[in-house]
Design a protein around this ligand. Structure first.
Ligand SMILES: Nc1ncnc2c1ncn2[C@@H]1O[C@H](COP(=O)(O)OP(=O)(O)OP(=O)(O)O)[C@@H](O)[C@H]1O
Ligand SMILES: [Mg+2]
Length: 321
């Protein structure tokens, strides 16, 4: 597997200050709380975890749509925080995001060809070149050419997502964050869009950070998978290794709730009990300890470090030896 770093983040944090009510003034929501990982050129890195664990915030930080509270991000080895406005503007085309809800991300008053052409207007491409690129993109995402003068509301959910994908690809980005790109679609359409996303990566040669709730989706398309819990990464490894040999009790619990087609693979179910604690008041020590079936006293007191256990397999758990 290629291991040339495209992106690296170092102790990345995003804490939101919110004031809610008289008694809980200035609460701090630790949406992302100290992430360390790399994304390698050409790979698909899947990110999974329950609602509210900080997946979208991570994606937005990586896209520079949010300013980090702390920590560093490197893109092709360059410290992104040293980029001035002009440099950031110039490099923005390398970063693109595909959203969960394509309807919300497409301008309802624009026709499809204008939606896809819009990002191209920031380049020095001629009008003819832009038209040719839009035509190619429509073909690549499977939207018939004669639909190009239609408005977003005239399309189905799956088609709208295809349009969102075409727009994201328009500038031939190096890095795409896909934030639950099929979660809002009918199950029957999901596989088509996933297959399209996989095919486009081969054709356009970019790198994915692919966020999903559904572990089975991520397993199918990811080279590596990271599991998040309460703003932290608790396990990260090559996809096959994670599914065959999950080390963190949280990953084990998530996996045991995924239906497995092969009967010989059925593991004992590990129930995931209790509510996810709030990121404005995370538990002491290991954030997973209140729900963990194997937690010991020290898990309540000490934050586990994110350690490499076998080559490329990282875990944050005191009990993994
Ligand atoms: N702009 C914001 N202001 C305050 N809190 C925020 C903001 N954005 C996110 N949060 C909080 O940060 C935490 C992480 O949110 P995030 O959207 O990153 O989670 P997620 O893993 O993407 O969840 P989901 O699976 O539901 O999409 C949540 O508690 C959320 O309420
Ligand atoms: Mg999200």
């Amino acid at each position: 597997m290629a291991t040339e770093e495209l992106v690296r983040i170092d102790n990345l944090k995003k804490h939101f200050k919110i004031s809610n009510g008289i008694f809980r003034k200035n609460t701090v929501v630790k949406a992302v709380d100290g992430l360390n990982f790399s994304v390698y050129k050409g790979e698909t890195l899947g990110i999974v975890g329950e609602s509210g664990c900080g997946k979208s915030t991570t994606g937005r930080l990586l896209m520079k749509l949010l300013e980090a509270t702390e920590g560093k991000m490197y893109f092709e080895g360059e410290d992104v925080s040293t980029w001035d406005k002009q440099k950031l503007k110039a490099r923005r085309r390398d970063f693109q995001m595909i959203f969960q809800d394509p309807y919300a991300s497409l301008n309802p008053r624009m026709i499809v060809e204008d939606i896809i052409e819009e990002p191209l207007k920031t380049t020095d491409m001629s009008k003819e070149e832009r038209k040719a690129r839009v035509k190619q993109l429509l073909d690549d995402v499977g939207i018939p050419q004669d639909y190009r003068t239609r408005y977003p509301h005239e399309f189905s959910g799956g088609q709208r997502q295809r349009i969102g994908i075409a727009r994201a690809l328009a500038l031939k980005p190096k890095f795409i964050v896909a934030d639950e790109p099929v979660a809002a679609l009918d199950v029957s359409i999901q596989a088509q869009i996933i297959n399209l996303l996989v095919d486009l990566q081969e054709e356009y040669d970019f790198t994915y950070l692919f966020i999903a709730h559904d572990l089975s989706v991520v397993q199918y398309i990811s080279d590596r998978v990271g599991v998040m819990y309460l703003g932290k990464m608790v396990e990260l490894s090559e996809s096959d290794d994670l599914y065959e040999n999950p080390l963190h009790p949280y990953t084990q619990a998530l996996l045991s709730s995924v239906p497995v087609p092969d009967i010989h693979h059925v593991k004992d179910r590990i129930p995931l009990e209790g509510e996810i604690p709030s990121p404005d008041n995370p538990p002491s020590g290991c954030p997973f300890h209140p729900r963990c079936p194997i937690a010991k006293q020290h898990c309540k007191e000490e934050v586990p470090s994110f350690r490499e256990i076998t080559e490329g397999h990282y875990v944050a758990c005191h009990e993994v030896k």
